[in-house]
Write a protein that binds this ligand. Sequence first.
Ligand code: 5AD
Ligand code: SF4
Length: 449
Amino acid sequence: MKRYHLTTYGCQMNAHDSERIKGMLEKQGLSEAADQHDADVLIFNTCTIREKPDRKFAEHLAQAAALKRRHPGKVIAVGGCLAEAQKERLFELYPQVDVAFGPGSIPHLGEWVGSDGVAPRGRFGQWDSFAGDLPSHRERGFQAWVQVSMGCNSTCSYCIVPAVRGREQSRRPGDIVAEVAQLAREGVREITLLGQNVNSYGRDLLPDLRTDFGELLRACDAIDGIDRIRFTSPHPKDFRSPVIAAMAECAAVCEHAHLPLQSGSTRILKAMRRTYTRERYVALVAELRAGIPDLALGTDIIVGFPGETEADFQETLEVVEEVRFDSAFTFVYSPRKGTDAAEMEEQVPEDVKRQRIERLVDVVQRIARERNEQRIGRVEEVLVEGTSRNDEGELRGRTRRNTTVNFVGDAEPGSLVPVRIDAATSTTLRGVSAGAFAVGSARSSAAVA
Ligand code: 5AD
Ligand code: SF4
């Protein structure tokens, strides 16, 4: 039996694509190898959102190429966003690569490697559609990603994603609901709906299928056995009140939203083509918090976008102080070839970017720690994921608000347990198991302090 090894970079969408690459190959009779040495087919599912994942991939590929020189029978396949972005020059840039495919042409990999793990050289998969019906090889039986759309119709001037993942294409609502119902029958308790911009879900569907993301949340919420529904990522420009109402009214939809801010300066937001202002963003946060009590908010922020002045950066710090995010991913702007921002004059010097991100991280971490400290004394509902990363004797899970909790207790992965929180850092909580939840009390956390 031939074996494959898959390395994944990037976001949850890519991680989910990797589950389908695995599912597809296993259906064809290949099995997963523990490492590259044992594998006949070495696959890389790449990311190109910033320069860092590009560099990491180049290093890993060089190692794989060295292995291939010693064992010429091995096949190297490169998929994902970097492959799509470099499509024209990929085989020239990386002569060790046998076959390549983009996020929209995963099934081609299956056709090429067949069951014998031998692939024709120099083939690049042509754009198809998304691989909605490929089987998924999931790491955990109780959690699943469900793709609602692929591609993105936004034109953010810094971002390479629209170029590599194409125009937005929504999956049919019936197919999504059927998949969620099937997952529930298989024992899945938590789903994460995935799309580049979930809030514009449904707009591209034919009139008789047209729906919106709020309706989709309600349809998933109605499926028995699904205790938690998450989604990522929403674009602030399309976050409308029907979705907020659905979040508030659906018991399974978690009190958590990841709402990328990118910058607090309206001037920079305009240059980024985000199509909202600082004020509109802050007003949306107020509307979300009014509609969904105890909502946790995460965000993405970029520093050093071309033309960003100290005053613009100060505005970002002000919004962070004003909104008080529970978590934030912070990035140094990274020019991507083919995007408009990469061509802009006034690129910010590296040392200024570095200095700004350090200042931003300090503020973000202080606020996140303060937000987490407010949970001390409460009992939170935790979905157990496994043992703690630092201490095998403890368990690890996540609250509905998406915070990781390490706790003392005895419970099976996949179960929902109440945990009394007794300590907090900027990214995690600690606690002790507090007995068992009564059936049907899976909503939010109960304040006991
Ligand atoms: N440079 C830095 N960060 C970027 N992001 C997207 N493109 C870039 C870029 N060129 C960030 C945004 C986005 C997250 C997934 O990555 O914050 O929300
Ligand atoms: Fe995900 Fe964007 Fe990276 Fe592609 S480029 S894997 S969509 S983060």
